[in-house]
Design a protein around this ligand. Structure first.
Ligand code: TRP
Ligand code: ZN
Length: 884
């Protein structure tokens, strides 16, 4: 663990180019039973772009390394020529060009941080982004130092028959004592965060891809032998990603081999190491028996994401970590486009926006709020955030909308061509878009530097005798830490006006501008702006922010009847869904008041009848119907509704609404369940996924009634399901109910799946998110379960994370037991895995959103954590949480 009582703040404004560059790296990694020796041979030279570089001492960084020796230009370096001060190895009096040989010893088997070189289920693997390479050897561990790597890996042959690193294998051989080695050469210059190494006993699935220029690429997927039956979907997704990037972005793969390795213990989803991606098993393994439709989707999008990084991230990389969104925001946008093309564009958009509004908006209104390009950080690992990733993707999406499809492609072509092989900034990306399109995005750049979610207040007026509809936008952004004053942003607002027949009206502004009927967008650039549409012969219904064209909070009062109208007529699928959500929220607000006033719950018949119509209409997109029937989550409502969060009212209103709808629509729900019958064979395609999701939404509604008939329905689906999507849906419905049958089902599910780690994760997750009052007791008991491991991030997310994030009523128990439980786990994890500990601690940063009692309880836990000896990761979150 890094100990740090006064951790240093790193600032973008203090960026300096490196004094030294490293042209080539020869790594020799020798794996032994109890330790690993790393011999690093570097060709170093003073940076010609830094006039003062010559004669400066060389400062390399290393963490938890045992230095065995250093040679400079072939001669052992005398003790008075270098010094180690904490994490910095300083070598003075170096010439302008020289070689260094550094020998270090590390202990991967003791490395539970899952950063640097570590062991997961007997397999050696690495995670170097952002700053993990310094845990392998002393180096210039910064992304603007790009080098050519050659890696020799040596290990016992029987235990580690597979030895991998970046690039192409160029030599292999056997050694004495049952050891062997492989040498890998990566022809592309790269920053060390893209370095990777794997040694293990793995099985491989192979395939080939022929690039558009006719080159053959060998595709390899390395997994544990018992997972060989879960590789097909990932391989298929990879080939589709490769073809898509050629077609949509003109980007071809550049090495002869592309390898993916599945690892159980992994801090995040996956990592785009050059030619050797390392994946969390949860983001690569999939088959019908063990994986839900959501799991299949996730695999497809993460495979695509990491593949797309080969251009957006690897060929063109980041100058410094403040520019993280340059690669992440752009790559998330690219994987979102890909998923939309592979499936339903609207359903994908709905899921992405839901997540943005639930998680990113919450982050952006709390003490960790930061711009897409942060100005400062203590620990960079804390900035792999939904703001950098998802809001970053929204910013790129807005550029796409403003430039249009072809203009965006011109911009991305210029960006890749101009910066190939370079480490650049977010500004370089915007500049390429400007230069390729001859536009000025000066004002737009504020999206990168200004934190917080803009509030967009909309009012409108129809003047019938002038046939004019006017709409006024007022944008404001609340202060965020370090940014008390906010400026107006350049906001693209996609818009439509619906006539009484539900069709879109032609849009002409009073100045004569005719909006593009295929992409009608108003561009806001001032704090307050009014647009007048002429020739509007009837009172229209406005559909504002179609496709969620900007990451803002929209405040526009529309009648319930108007929402119901948009829900059935809007030509924009996203806004049709959004109207149904807004109507649902209105009804939930009725129910929350009723709950608080202890009055009987009454459900507006407008909603009931709209849902009845949805259920009956087989001509509608069934995936959309399922989405519209899904009530907003409690977390979404907590973020959306006024503060303090009404934890209990939200929960009871939502549960009450589910029951009322189930009661009122029982027959229709049952009919849909019958119509969407389970298929004996599993197919992963848009229609099959839609059918399962609709069936299972309906099943969950029916089971809220928990009568014998509903229970029997769930039990039979649980038993007969031929795939995990249907089985898990039935399992969840039973496990979350009050029925006594659940005890047996919970035991049975574990027995059936105990050998499938990823299914066991689902089993933990379902129990952790149960609304029943014994949830916390169960979670605490499950911490002792044979399948739970405190060193496995997947297990921690499945049990602790699911309880704290997805179970608001139980986590926010008024006795504070949920908070104390989380604090205990953070304190324990701080020593085991600071990255995961710090992620868990972000949950506690939201205390200001809660009532006095809860806020005080949360703060008390933060104070308790702060008193511990903390990693910089947890320290940054906890101290920012307490100082808001
Ligand atoms: N670059 C990785 C991605 O795009 C992110 C990542 C994976 C990561 N593992 C990490 C970041 C560990 C920090 C630490 O998805
Ligand atoms: Zn990424």
């Amino acid at each position: 663990m890094k100990e740090n009582n006064t951790p240093k703040t790193i600032r973008l404004s203090e960026y300096q180019a490196p004094n030294y560059l490293i042209d080539t790296v020869h790594l020799d990694v020798r794996i032994y039973e109890h330790y690993t020796d790393v011999i690093s041979h570097l060709a170093v030279r003073a940076n010609p772009d830094v006039p003062t570089a010559s004669g400066q001492p060389l400062e390399l960084v290393g963490v938890e390394l045992e230095l065995l020796g250093i040679e400079q230009d072939g001669a052992t370096l005398a003790l008075d020529h270098f010094r180690i001060d904490g994490e910095v190895l300083t070598i003075k009096d170096v010439p302008d060009q020289f070689t260094l040989l550094i020998m270090t010893r590390i202990h991967p088997k003791q490395n539970t941080s899952l950063e640097g070189l570590y062991v997961s289920k007997g397999m050696y693997c690495t995670q170097c982004e952002a700053e993990g390479f310094r845990k392998i050897t002393y180096y210039l561990d910064r992304p603007d130092v790009m080098s050519r790597f050659t890696t020799r890996v040596e290990a016992p042959k029987q235990a580690y028959p597979v030895l991998l690193s970046n690039g192409n294998p160029v030599e292999r051989g056997d050694l004495d004592d049952g050891r062997h080695y492989v040498i890998w050469e990566d022809p592309f210059k790269k920053p060390c965060y893209l370095f990777a190494l794997v040694a293990g006993d793995l099985s491989v699935v192979e395939d080939h891809f022929t690039t558009s220029s006719g080159r053959d690429v060998l595709l390899q997927l390395y997994v544990e032998p018992h997972d060989l039956d879960k590789c097909e979907h990932a391989m298929d997704s990879l080939k589709r990603s490769m073809a898509w990037d050629e077609e949509v972005y003109g980007r071809e793969y550049d090495l002869d081999i592309y390898m993916i390795v599945a690892v159980s213990h992994f801090n995040m989803g996956a990592m785009e190491n050059k030619g050797l991606n390392i994946f969390n098993t949860s983001c690569v393994l999939a088959n019908a028996k063990t994986t839900t439709d959501m799991g299949f989707q996730r695999v497809e999008s993460v495979i695509a994401h990491e593949y797309f990084h080969n251009w957006s991230g690897n060929r063109v990389t980041c100058r410094d970590w403040f520019q993280l969104s340059l690669k992440e925001g752009f790559t998330v946008f690219r994987d979102q486009q890909f998923s939309a093309d592979m499936g339903s564009e609207t359903v994908n958009r709905i899921d992405d926006v839901n997540m943005l509004k639930t998680v990113q908006f919450a982050e952006d209104s709390g003490p960790m709020s930061h711009p897409v390009r942060p100005d400062s950080y203590i620990e960079i690992n804390n900035f792999y955030t939904t703001t950098v990733y998802e809001k970053g993707a929204e910013v790129v999406r807005m550029i796409h909308r403003l430039m249009g499809k072809d203009g965006f492609r011109k911009g991305s072509d210029l960006y890749f061509e101009r910066h190939d092989g370079q480490a650049v900034t977010c500004d370089d990306f915007v500049q390429a878009m400007e230069d390729a399109n001859g536009v000025d995005l000066t004002l737009f750049r504020r999206w990168y530097s200004q934190a917080g979610t803009p509030h967009l207040k909309v009012t409108s007026e129809y003047v019938s005798d002038q046939n004019q509809f006017s709409i006024t936008f007022e944008q404001t952004t609340l202060p965020t830490p370090g940014q008390p004053e906010k400026l107006p942003l350049h906001i693209p607002v996609a818009i439509g006006l619906l006539g009484a027949d539900g069709k879109d009206l032609a849009l002409q502004l009073s100045d004569g501008t005719v909006l593009d009927p295929l992409n009608p967008v108003l561009e806001l650039k001032q704090a307050k702006q009014t647009f007048r549409f002429n020739g509007i012969k009837e009172q229209p219904v406005a559909s504002v922010l179609r496709g969620f064209s900007a990451p803002v909070k929209l405040f526009y009062e529309q009648e319930r009847a108007e929402l119901a109208f948009l829900m059935s007529h809007d030509s924009d699928g996203f806004n049709r869904w959004n109207a149904s959500q807004r109507l649902t929220v209105e009804v939930l607000l009725d129910l929350m008041s009723a709950y608080q006033e202890q009055k009987p719950l009454y459900v507006d018949s407008l909603l009931l009848e709209s849902f009845r119509a949805l259920l009956a209409d087989e001509s509608l997109d069934q995936a959309m119907v399922a989405k519209m029937l899904e009530l907003p989550t409690e977390q979404f409502l907590a973020e959306l509704l006024p503060k303090p969060v009404q934890v209990d009212a939200i929960h009871h209103a939502r549960e009450g609404l589910k029951r009322e709808l189930a009661c009122g629509l029982r027959q229709e729900l049952q009919q849909v369940i019958n119509r969407c019958h389970m298929d004996p064979e599993y197919h992963y395609n848009v229609d099959a996924v839609a059918k399962r999701s609709l069936r299972n939404v309906c099943l969950a509604y029916v089971m809220t009634l928990a009568d014998d008939e509903a229970t029997e329905l769930c039990l039979s689906q649980y038993r007969e399901a031929g795939n995990m999507t249907d089985q898990l849906a039935a399992f969840r419905a039973l496990a979350h109910s009050e029925r006594s049958e659940k005890t047996q089902v919970i035991a049975d599910f574990y027995q059936q799946w105990s050998s499938e780690a990823l299914v066991v994760d689902q089993w933990f997750m379902v129990q952790a998110s149960s609304p029943q009052p014994d949830a916390l007791d169960n979670v605490q008991a499950l911490m002792q379960h044979e399948a739970f491991e405190m060193t496995s991030p997947n297990k921690i997310r499945a049990l602790i994370g699911a309880f704290c994030n997805n179970n608001p009523v139980n986590f926010h128990r008024l006795d504070g037991a949920g908070y104390a439980f989380l604090a205990d786990q953070i304190i324990a994890l701080n020593n085991i895995n600071p990255q995961v500990a710090s992620r868990m601690s972000t949950i506690l940063t939201r205390w200001a959103n809660y009532d006095r009692v809860r806020a005080d309880l949360i703060k008390a836990q933060l104070t308790r954590i702060k008193a511990e000896k903390l990693s910089p990761d947890v320290y940054e979150i906890v101290s920012k949480a307490l100082n808001q």
